[in-house]
Write a protein that binds this ligand. Sequence first.
Ligand code: RB5
Length: 147
Amino acid sequence: MKIVIANDHAAVDLKMEIKEYIESLGHEVINIGTDSDESCNYPEYGEKAANMVSAGVVDLGVLICGTGVGISLAANKVKGIRCGVCSDTATARLIRAHNDANMISFGARIVGAELAKDIVKAFLDTEFMGGRHATRVAMISDIENRQ
Ligand code: RB5
């Protein structure tokens, strides 16, 4: 798959480790930064990555900031984006299986590198189950379309 990865200044080191890890799993990774420790604004990176997912330029997206929350909030403002913040592998698996999440987010100040790798692998290895879950995901899209 083609995966976009984005982060703010709080997550540069973890981003590089996760980027290499995703590549080692056989996926193509597009890194849109930041690659600098200089303070920046996570909404810019969340929006840019989310636009790539929404436009179908990539299959899925991985976002990292200090907590994972700010950058996911920004991404979820983009139409068609379903991004979940995960600090465990079960949630990472279930947001794909049940919620058809197309982006995942986690915090560099919250999870260690090994757990982050397991979280990303669980997310990338899981497929959407469809069925009754598709009805619920469609209801989420309806909310978006009514705004
Ligand atoms: C940056 O200091 C920090 O606020 C950001 O990385 C993130 O945690 C926001 O949600």
